[in-house]
Design a protein around this ligand. Structure first.
Ligand code: 8DG
Ligand code: MN
Ligand code: MN
Length: 366
């Protein structure tokens, strides 16, 4: 897809004013939404492959610069399969796709969506609860469903955590963490990654990447930072994981399950003071925050990995492995042909190693 995007930039210019069959302006947003719903539904059914196929198709549409007028225009596009084409065709012709509308109305889809929006609840747990006949958040509480500490926090702050985080809020949390690291280890840098680094105006959480210019100094930093934030009543929930990455082990096999990495990190919920918005009456709002610590030598890889989007990362890693015989993850880039790690001090250098033009964060929203 990354390759096809490059091709598209050359070949698809100036299509912005085309209109579809009945003379109404049409853009691909509706088809994208329809395909994303089917991707989500496939994920709920545990069909990862199908889910990925729909996500890819949606993402190909997103990369089209102009409007889509006929299905024929999709002719030479790779990554859009039979089923996705049918969905796009339906949307082009009728404005909706019956299959998608059926999914959206189904009890299972709606319940799975409700449950998986609880912090700490994945598809498997949500699916089990559905099988057990649970349908609402109240059901979970009243029927004494066994919940982890994380899920309890997720349920307690359900509304806040499903309210988009504004950029200003992310910046304010970033500053609070800056303050904490300056007390614990001066010189530590805090970088806003994730969707906000890609320029999105809001997100579902705040992703912060910590590093220190002197290798090794970052060890043990996170627990001190979290303790200090906690002592300031800024933390409503947290669980941390230690660094489990050892470069000597060699690269992990390509095509690993997802983008999970092994940095020291903290999944948390912050208590953010707010003036307006949904939490205004209370004066605070719960916000999901991911804190990740990377050693300086791995920082560019961590930054690239944690900037996302998830789909962009997946495609980039696939490109590295299929086209370059390289293993890319959030820790390193490994050249399997030459049997060596390719170090980098910036994201630009990683793209160079991969033989790709640099893609700035704002263009990674695929
Ligand atoms: P959003 O929060 O605004 O909804 O979007 P996002 O910022 O793009 O999504 P995210 O779920 O916060 O993930 C940000 C990036 O972090 C994404 O490309 C995946 C990446 N990431 C890693 N490792 C890990 C990991 O171990 N867990 C999680 N959750 N994300 C990881 O590189
Ligand atoms: Mn994020
Ligand atoms: Mn995150």
């Amino acid at each position: 897809e990354i390759e096809s995007r490059h091709r598209l930039r050359g070949g698809w210019g100036g299509g912005g004013d085309r209109e579809w069959g009945r003379g109404l302006p049409y853009d691909s947003a509706l088809s994208q939404e329809a395909l994303e719903t089917l991707a989500e539904e496939a994920g709920f059914s545990g069909s990862e492959g199908r889910s990925l196929a729909f996500t890819r198709a949606a993402s190909v549409l997103k990369a089209l610069p102009g409007r889509l007028s006929t299905l024929e225009e999709l002719g030479p596009l790779p990554g859009i399969g039979e089923h996705s084409r049918r969905v796009i065709q339906d949307v082009l012709e009728d404005g909706v796709c019956a299959e998608v509308e059926r999914v959206k109305l189904s009890e299972r889809y709606q319940t799975m969506k409700l449950f998986t929006k609880i912090f700490g609840v994945g598809v498997r747990t949500a699916s089990r609860w559905y099988q057990e006949g649970l349908r609402t958040l109240v059901d979970l509480q009243e029927r004494g469903t066994k919940l982890t500490r994380q899920q309890q926090a997720g349920l307690r702050h359900y509304d806040d955590l499903n309210t988009p985080v504004e950029r200003g809020e992310a910046e304010s949390i970033s500053r609070a963490v800056q303050g904490a690291v300056q007390r614990c280890l001066p010189g530590t840098s805090v970088t806003l990654a994730g969707g906000f680094r890609r320029g999105k105006p809001h997100g579902h959480d705040v992703d912060l990447l910590l590093t220190h210019p002197e290798a090794g100094r970052e060890a043990g930093l996170l627990s001190r930072v979290v303790s200090w934030l906690d002592s300031q009543d800024l933390i409503l929930y947290q669980h941390s994981q230690e660094n489990s990455y050892a470069l000597q082990e060699g690269p992990e096999p390509p095509g690993g399950r997802d983008v999970m990495d092994r940095f020291e990190r903290c999944f948390s919920i912050f208590r953010l003071e707010v003036q307006g918005g949904p939490g205004a009456a209370r004066g605070w709002k719960a916000v999901r925050v991911d804190l990740v610590v990377a050693p300086i030598s791995q920082f560019p890889f961590a930054l690239l990995g944690w900037t996302g989007s998830r789909h962009f990362e997946r495609e980039l890693r696939r490109f590295a492995s299929h086209e370059r015989k390289m293993v890319l993850n959030s820790h390193a880039l490994y050249d399997s042909r030459r049997n060596l790690f390719l170090p980098a001090v910036s994201e630009e250098e990683i793209f160079q190693h991969l033989g790709l033009e640099y893609v700035p964060p704002a263009q990674r929203n695929t």
